[in-house]
Design a protein around this ligand. Structure first.
Ligand code: OSB
Ligand code: MG
Length: 368
């Protein structure tokens, strides 16, 4: 397989509902898409980098810069036996996983298309239907939150995650637990607490949460280990896990009992599968996180979620929860049982709508 060119595009898409976390509010998404043309097929990838460096250090701008100026020069005119060789070739660049993840995933899509098989099968996926949960942003009022959760549960979603921050934690969780005694509930703090806040997090244990996601510092595995010793509720790490080595350290230290795996955060399928396999061996369940992706990134999340150890519902949900109109055909839909049926067509299994993508494009660069 030889990469002829890659096309970078930035598209802008307004969210149906603004999404608020402890680190900020997103109304419009700026999304970097990568198209990799190899031997007559096009593979697609999406960067999960945010508009600003508030979830992780990378941004849309840094990802574009690294892709154009450092990753593409490593790849151009090179022969690959398979997409699984990509990760090693990209290794001279340290970090910048969100930039690497765009092109790595795009080449996996291209390889599956060349072979005429679904990407999830090429990856060794084991399920044809994946369980889905939703991630709900911080709301102005608890009433609004309760109404939103009611709607999502009625749609069939199998678990509810809400975003929390200091001052908006105990009350919303208590109200949800009163109203939905049997729902599978969890919270995500996006690093809004410090270890000293542990008594406040301890109070959350009264509400039978499945897990508490990333309560402490984005790069602080050690303090999560201290916290996990004080809590019975499992800690799930998101921001802290950027590599197999981080996962190894977190597990060995007892910093978490569950890992949220995001393709873009770890740099693509090769590192994601290694972390998946490590967690499987250590009996740490994983689930697939989301980053408010367009249909391209969403399709990749679905493929990743078919691996065996993705045993908990992820943050992968229907296109219509995010977008008036998505950039793929068909859009991602969720069954009344709260599952997504995995596509059976080659590659990511959802066709990029090039006309719509071009219309939404604010910047484009062809690298040859
Ligand atoms: O921490 O999982 C997170 C969105 C943006 C940045 C970080 C996170 C999230 C989500 C949304 O929780 C998940 C989704 O619905 O795509
Ligand atoms: Mg998270």
């Amino acid at each position: 397989m030889k990469l002829q060119r890659i096309i970078l595009r930035e598209i802008r898409m307004p969210l149906v509902t603004p999404f608020e976390t402890s680190f900020g509010r997103t109304v419009n998404r700026r999304i970097l898409l990568g198209q990799a043309d190899a031997d007559g097929v096009s593979g697609w990838g999406e960067s999960v980098a945010g508009e600003g460096p508030f979830y992780a250090p990378e941004t849309v701008e840094t990802a574009w810069h690294i892709l154009r100026d450092f990753l593409w020069p490593l790849l151009k005119n090179r022969e690959f036996a398979s997409a699984s060789d990509m990760w090693e070739v990209l290794s001279p660049v340290r970090g910048h996983n969100m930039a690497k993840g765009v092109i790595e995933a795009a080449v996996w899509d291209a390889e599956a298309k060349q072979k005429g098989i679904p990407l999830w099968k090429l990856l060794g996926g084991a399920r044809s239907e994946i369980p889905c949960g939703v991630s709900i942003g911080i709301k102005e009022t608890v009433e609004d939150l309760v109404a939103t959760v009611e709607r999502e549960l009625a749609s069939g979603y199998q678990r509810i995650k809400i975003k929390i921050k200091p001052g908006k934690d105990i009350e919303p969780v208590e109200r949800l637990r009163q109203r939905f005694p049997r729902a599978r509930l969890m919270v995500d703090a996006n690093s809004a607490y410090r270890l000293d806040d542990w008594p406040q997090l301890k109070r959350l244990e009264a509400y039978y949460l499945m897990m508490i996601e990333q309560p402490l510092g984005w790069d602080d595995i050690y303090s999560h280990a201290e916290l996990q010793r004080k809590l019975e509720t499992p800690i799930c790490l998101d921001e802290c896990i950027h590599s197999e080595e981080h996962a190894q350290a977190a597990i060995a230290l007892g910093a978490c009992r569950i890992i949220n795996l995001k393709l873009g955060r770890v740099g693509g399928y090769t590192p994601a599968r290694r972390i998946h396999d490590l967690c499987l061996a250590k009996q740490i369940p994983v689930w697939c996180g989301g980053m408010l992706e367009s249909g391209i990134g969403r399709a990749h999340n679905i493929a990743l979620s078919t691996l065996e150890n993705f045993s908990l519902p992820g943050d992968v949900s229907a296109s219509r929860r995010y977008w008036q109109e998505d950039v793929i055909d068909p859009e991602v839909e969720v069954t009344p049982q709260g599952t997504i049926r995995v596509p059976t067509t080659p590659g990511i299994g959802y066709a990029p709508r090039l006309d719509r993508i071009e219309k939404l494009t604010t910047r484009k660069e062809i690298l040859t």
